[in-house]
Design a binder for this molecule. Structure first.
Ligand code: HEC
Length: 282
């Protein structure tokens, strides 16, 4: 058997420390964007669940502000009434869907036609195709919202990113989006901002083609909540998390049940093993 001598062991530990330090320093040097802080979300942790009222507010922000540029092609209107979602009723969803105009067709004469949306439609897109989206945004493409909260991630500073590797930090994307929406500011004096770009503390490279989308009271919340930039950013980020992971609550509940089942099973197996082996000399 291969055994580590004391010398080799020390060498391994030293190598690991250098390895970890190297990556944490290079991760820090790679971008000048500010580190994203961990935010307190109701859907974090094993008992995580969405806050219906927050998802409804987030939906309002999406609809009134973001949906003029961002599509959400993989989410259906009917999803809004499903369990674990924002908690709209089926009737409310019918009304919400019918407020959007869908291009359908072709009809019997080969023509495309317009009709009000139905719960079985996917969310209407602001642009006909990617080229139109780019042309309207100075060449930059506003990414689709369907899974964006899961498609972004962030590295927290050392030692947290190392801890996150093992503990499974699942709110990275939504923490980043929340920070990004709050991260617009004037660029530092020596910063060269390209034309049509905007300074953001959290965007990699600090130049983003999206102008600041949220200002105080950009929306008037139906439930009377004060619409500060932080509040709207938090609500719309939570809504994006739901869009990306509509089955989060079911997954977490199932995970908890499975953990309890495995715990009980481990106990039973232990006692059966003791009982079976008790009869054998060893
Ligand atoms: C006027 C159009 C416009 C509006 C309104 C808008 N965005 Fe954007 N958004 C863009 C564009 C363009 C990009 C691509 C930026 C780039 O590539 O530099 C973008 C990118 C993003 C990104 C991705 C950033 C990344 O890391 O790649 C997020 C997240 C985002 N927008 C969220 C939002 C939210 C939330 C809202 C509503 C509160 C919103 N946007 C409203 C145009 C818009």
């Amino acid at each position: 058997m291969f055994k580590l001598s004391g010398y080799n062991f020390k060498f391994c530990i030293l190598f690991q420390i250098i390895f970890v330090l190297f990556f944490s320093i290079s991760a820090f040097a790679a971008g000048e964007q500010k580190r994203v802080q961990k935010h307190d979300w109701t859907f974090a942790g094993i008992f995580g669940h969405y806050d219906d009222a927050q998802l409804q507010r987030g939906f309002q922000v999406y609809r009134e502000v973001c949906s003029s540029c961002h599509s959400m092609n993989y989410v259906y209107y009917r999803n809004l009434a499903e369990e674990g979602g924002p908690g709209f009723t089926v009737e409310e969803v019918k009304v919400i869907a019918s407020e959007d105009i869908i291009i359908d067709g072709p009809d019997d004469y080969g023509e495309m036609f317009e009709r009000p949306g139905k719960p079985s439609d996917t969310f209407v897109s602001p642009y006909a195709n990617q080229n139109e989206a780019r042309a309207s945004n100075g060449g930059a493409y506003p990414p689709d919202f369907s899974v964006l909260a899961k498609a972004r991630s962030t590295l927290r500073g050392f030692p947290w990113w190392f801890v996150d590797l093992f503990t499974g930090y699942q709110e990275q994307g939504v923490d980043y989006i929340y920070a990004l929406l709050n991260g617009y500011s004037e660029p530092p004096e020596d910063f060269i901002l390209q034309s049509g770009m905007h300074y953001n503390e959290y965007y990699p490279g600090n130049q983003i083609a999206m102008g600041q989308p949220l200002y105080e009271e950009s929306v008037e919340y139906a439930d009377g909540t004060v619409a500060s930039v932080e509040q709207m950013a938090e609500d719309v980020s939570a809504f994006m998390m739901w869009a990306a992971e509509p089955k989060l609550e079911i997954r977490k509940q199932m995970g908890f049940k499975v953990a309890i089942f495995l715990f009980v099973l481990a106990g039973l197996l232990y006692y059966s093993k003791k009982k079976i082996w008790a009869r054998i000399e060893h």
